[in-house]
Design a protein around this ligand. Structure first.
Ligand SMILES: CC(C)(COP(=O)(O)OP(=O)(O)OC[C@H]1O[C@@H](n2cnc3c(N)ncnc32)[C@H](O)[C@@H]1OP(=O)(O)O)[C@@H](O)C(=O)NCCC(=O)NCCS
Length: 162
């Protein structure tokens, strides 16, 4: 059975993770655990209980904000003229040998669900992502993410108004 767990360096094998983007592999190996300790970001890994040390994929989250003018006009309605509170999913990656099996879709849905839970405890208006390249941006757009006004590398998903 699949599960998403907080990254635990003693339990999860970070060294073998390879997704095809060296910067995303290096982050998991060298920085993710330290960032969690320092309160910079949290990293959540997808594992299977048959081989629980094998990291299938991961995402990381941190608090963020963006300018009101970064949102499309339709998403600015009724918002005060303050920075918009956000959660940033700075990284999302699936191991190359596991890609194309729906794990990216699963991890993204998991991150969105986590943001919706957070939204009951603190103000969070959007989920922000940094796309490494245009291919990644098109992956996010397929899920309803919208380009920020600032750059098409940063996209956001409105988290609802209810
Ligand atoms: C992008 C990535 C996370 C997708 O994960 P995945 O497990 O391969 O994706 P899934 O199997 O869940 O596919 C979900 C959908 O996204 C599409 N998709 C997969 N990779 C894509 C890519 N690189 N660009 C655009 N669309 C992509 C799939 O075709 C699928 O759409 P469909 O359901 O209509 O067929 C993964 O390919 C990856 O880690 N790539 C390297 C790192 C990277 O580019 N990360 C992006 C964030 S910066």
């Amino acid at each position: 059975m699949l599960a998403v767990e907080p990254l635990e360096p003693k339990r999860h094998d970070r060294d073998r993770f390879a997704c095809g983007e060296p910067t995303l592999d290096a982050y998991l190996r060298r920085q993710a655990a330290q960032h969690r300790r320092d309160g910079i970001s949290t990293t959540h890994v997808l594992v299977d209980d048959v081989q629980p040390s094998h990291i299938i994929g991961y995402y990381s989250l941190s608090a963020a904000q963006l300018l009101l003018t970064d949102l499309l006009e339709v998403d600015r309605k009724r918002l005060p003229a303050y920075p918009v509170p956000a959660v940033r999913m700075g990284r999302l990656a699936v191991a190359a040998c596991e890609q194309g099996k729906g794990h990216g879709d699963y991890l993204l849905a998991h991150a969105v669900a986590r943001c919706l839970t957070l939204r009951t405890q603190m103000g969070v208006r959007v989920l922000l992502v940094d796309a490494l390249h245009e291919k990644a941006a098109s992956f996010y757009r397929a899920y309803g993410f919208r380009d920020t006004a600032a750059t098409s590398q940063a996209l956001y998903l409105p988290l609802g108004t209810g």
